[in-house]
Design a protein around this ligand. Structure first.
Ligand code: CS2
Ligand code: MN
Length: 362
């Protein structure tokens, strides 16, 4: 396991690499070329320059989150071929640079969806929150605009203004795309990129849908253990794996989080570990990572990763905004650093008990 933090790049992130370097046990970043729109090829010089910047700070790039998928690929229109070719070229460039983990999602139109980006908790911290009632009563355009107005001036992942300007068009383009079509388009995409992934040993780690059900009547296909297993079977090769995201799968309280990890040995390539506090079905807020602050048992989640031999990067996921920090919602330094230390502590305890047990048995 490698502990990492997500970093959006010098121009886009309030957090600096030198600060990440000072979090004990964090050795890598999960990053991206945030300014390159979905569908365009990532030039190799840009990837190398990013790698150099991270290396100079005493860290390494542990993976990319995300190389976003162009909508034509999700929709399955004819132009997808060109965009898949571009994606393959990007993967080839990443492979040449020795980068071997790519996180992506296959959600139509929106990435993650939250109805409040700064819900105040009793201790004064603010968190991202979700209430299905709000989504049910708002139109997507207004929702987009509201989200952007509340993002502290940061461009948020999946909410890039150039995409958002086309919400209506996008919705129209997805009209004929149901769950099966979306799933088949994903399988088609994975089969087309399999060659380049296997050439370089690149692991593709799909991120689950967040929340784990259809929003605004758009289909969602990575929402449960059954659904992810179906995808693993459809393209049954180790390159095709999962970003286990506790917060996304866990948005549906019926999902057994450790159970999802245990069902996928060798196919969990990357983990987002965080906690949510559920109030009622479809109503939750993000919590501190600590088990007692939310609904999930973080010990059981980390134990499942440990016991299935997980050896990829883990990152804390969305944090609370605390101690007066202003950042991209969910992506401040302080609470994610606390989360990283907590997860490392759980891991150390699991590792030491396991080793003690082994030495007793020997
Ligand atoms: C992330 C997602 O902030 C988040 O919730 O986990 O935006 C994630 O990066 C994408 O869905 C992956 O493509
Ligand atoms: Mn996540």
């Amino acid at each position: 396991m490698q502990m990492t933090l997500r970093w959006f790049g010098e121009k886009f992130d309030s957090v600096k690499l030198w600060q990440i370097r000072q979090i004990p046990g964090v050795t890598g970043v999960i990053t991206t070329l945030y300014d390159i729109p979905a569908g365009e090829v990532w030039p190799i010089e840009r990837i190398k320059a990013l790698q150099e910047e991270v290396r100079e700070a005493g860290l390494e790039i542990a993976g990319i989150e995300s190389v976003n998928i162009h909508d034509t690929i999700k929709i399955g229109s004819e132009e997808r071929e060109k965009y898949i070719d571009n994606y393959i070229e990007t993967l080839d460039n990443l492979g040449q640079c020795g980068i071997k983990l790519v996180c992506y999602n296959f959600m139509p139109v929106f990435d993650w969806t939250r109805t409040d980006l700064a819900k105040v908790r009793p201790d004064g911290a603010t968190v991202l929150a979700y209430d299905q009632k709000v989504v049910d009563t708002i139109d997507p355009q207004t929702f987009f605009d509201q989200t952007n107005d509340n993002s502290n001036g940061f461009v948020m992942p999946g909410w890039e203004p150039e995409r958002l300007a086309k919400v209506k068009e996008l919705f129209k383009a997805y009209e004929s795309v149901d769950e099966d079509t979306l799933f088949n388009n994903l399988v088609y995409f994975l089969k087309r990129i399999q060659g380049v992934c296997e050439k370089w040993g690149i692991k593709m780690a799909i991120h689950p849908d967040d929340p784990a059900w259809p929003v605004f009547n758009l289909p969602r296909i990575i929402t449960s253990k059954e659904k992810i297993l179906k995808l693993m079977k459809a393209v049954d090769a180790p390159f095709n794996g999962l970003t286990f995201c506790a917060g996304s799968f866990g948005s549906n309280p019926n999902n057994d989080l450790p159970g999802i990890i245990r069902a996928l040995p060798g196919r969990v390539h990357f983990a987002h570990v965080r906690n949510l506090h559920h109030f009622a079905p479809g109503v939750f807020e993000e919590a501190a990572h600590l088990s007692s602050d939310g609904t999930f048992d973080l010990y059981e989640i980390v134990r499942a990763l440990y016991e299935t031999g997980f050896d990829g990067p883990i990152r804390p996921d969305h944090g609370r905004a605390i101690w007066g920090e202003v950042s991209m919602p969910g992506y401040g330094l302080y609470d994610r650093a606390l989360g990283a230390e907590y997860i490392l502590g759980l891991w150390e305890a699991l590792d030491k008990s396991e080793k003690r047990l082994c030495s007793k048995e020997a």
